[in-house]
Design a protein around this ligand. Structure first.
Ligand code: PMP
Length: 425
């Protein structure tokens, strides 16, 4: 694998198509995957790992579910891309609306980044306002306006979150500390009439898992409604994963204006969506003035994978994922406690992550105050024992419905040694 990584770095920046895959924060050589089935991935040298990455979320059913693969194969035989509307898009949009009633209309795109970028443009178009409020530590893809970093202080004008992002691109992005209602109230008191939307993850899972404090999402809803701003709920990661209707299924009564989907909705193929109230969605081209388009949008292989996945993702699937997640959370906490490793396991539905620190994490500042070196040692010992965790301390761990007893036992067997490594022993 080291040879392949050397070759990869010669022709691909960092050897990877997306940065976190490079093992930058944990060190070592990334696993080059040859194939994946159920709860397992197999590397190019034939080594099998129990997978807790699940393609960063999409593989709710496990990898390469035979019925999903068959649906994609059948679709492929009928043509790879048409650039024309299809019946499968209509069916998928109707399926989404059945699960998430506020998704009255749906526009398909290929990535979560496009979905949130479009939601922001739509919110600005709908309100004729400029400012977008986002929370530090929430990730909404890599469009310029959302790639904004917080300055010091709880609510700051966004600073470019990357080289190549201009100050102008983030000048209308305000970054607020997560779970801080008072800071959000202050921002609305100061510039409520300039705010087009607040965008937030259903439950943040991109700084590790940081569930919204009781009433936090409701406070966002209340403030946006009172000030004529929109609430965009980014369910790219939580959508169709934490319940049949995503985070909204776990927080009934929360009614955002727009919602974005990705990952599970495409069943492992490049597909994402923006959805919401019909009057807002009707502002999108070709009906309305907000432009948005895509050559590969609503791709027939992707819609086939999404439809097959949602058809198979019944309540039994969610129950299994919930159960496996709870089992793993307690097994990890137990192993780390036995090895006296400071830790806190945080969950939001079936999503969870482990922070290597001894106090609860309410926001990004707290998340950054963890022992990432301990996580790195833990990660590598798990990997040596055939368990592939997300290669960063700031990511959720993903279960699938295919994690059977054998897979769970392999994880359980690996945990004591990994916990001792984390302890530095
Ligand atoms: N929003 C959230 C909440 C995400 O977790 C992600 C990806 N991890 C994105 C948006 C961006 O999606 P994509 O990587 O498909 O562009």
């Amino acid at each position: 694998m080291t040879d392949l990584f050397t070759r990869a770095r010669g022709v691909i920046p960092g050897g990877v198509s997306s940065p976190v895959r490079a093992f930058g924060s944990v060190g070592g050589t990334p696993v080059f995957v040859a194939e994946a089935r159920g709860a397992h991935v197999v590397d190019v040298e034939g080594r099998d790992y129990v997978d807790l990455v699940a393609s960063w979320g999409p593989a709710l059913l496990g990898h390469a579910h035979p019925e999903v693969v068959a649906a994609v194969q059948e679709a492929a035989a009928r043509g790879l891309s048409f650039g024309a509307p299809t019946a499968a898009e209509v069916e998928l949009a109707e399926t989404i609306r059945t699960r998430v009633p506020l998704a009255e209309q749906v526009r398909f795109v290929s990535t979560g980044t496009e979905a949130t970028m479009t939601a922001v443009r739509l919110a600005r178009g709908a309100t004729s306002r400029d400012v977008i409020v986002k929370f530090a530590g929430c990730y909404h893809g890599h469009s310029d306006a959302l790639l904004a970093a917080a300055g010091s202080g709880v609510a700051t004008q966004g600073l470019p979150g990357s080289a190549g992002v201009t100050r102008a691109a983030t000048a209308d992005t305000v970054v607020v500390e997560y779970n801080d209602v008072a800071a959000l109230e202050r921002v609305f008191a100061e510039s409520g009439d300039r705010i087009a939307a607040v965008i937030t993850e259903g439950a943040p899972a991109n700084m590790g898992v940081v569930p919204p404090a009781a009433g936090f999402n409701a406070a966002i809803r209340d403030l946006t409604a009172r000030h004529g701003a929109l609430m965009i709920l980014d369910e790219v990661l939580t959508g169709f994963r934490v319940s049949p209707s995503g985070w909204l299924g776990l927080e009934p009564g929360l009614v955002p204006d727009l919602v974005t989907f990705g990952k599970v909705v495409g069943g492992g193929m490049p597909l994402a969506a923006i959805a919401g109230r019909a009057d807002l969605m009707q502002l999108l081209a070709p009906v309305g003035p907000v432009y948005q388009a895509g050559t590969l949008s609503g791709n027939p292989l992707a819609t086939a994978a999404g439809l097959a996945t949602l058809r198979l993702a019944d309540t039994a699937v969610y129950r299994t994922v919930d159960t496996r997640s709870a089992e793993l959370q307690s097994a990890v906490a137990d192993a780390l406690s036995r090895a006296s490793v400071p830790h806190v396991v945080q969950r939001a539905g079936s999503l969870f992550s482990v922070f290597f620190r001894d106090a609860p994490v309410a926001n990004y500042e707290d998340a950054k105050a963890q022992d990432t070196a301990a996580f790195g040692r833990f990660f590598h010992t798990m990997l040596d024992h055939g368990v592939a965790l997300p290669p960063s301390a700031f990511e959720a761990w993903f279960l699938t419905a295919a994690h059977d007893d054998a897979a769970m036992n392999r994880i359980a067997d690996a945990l004591p040694a990994a916990a001792r490594s984390a302890a530095g022993a």
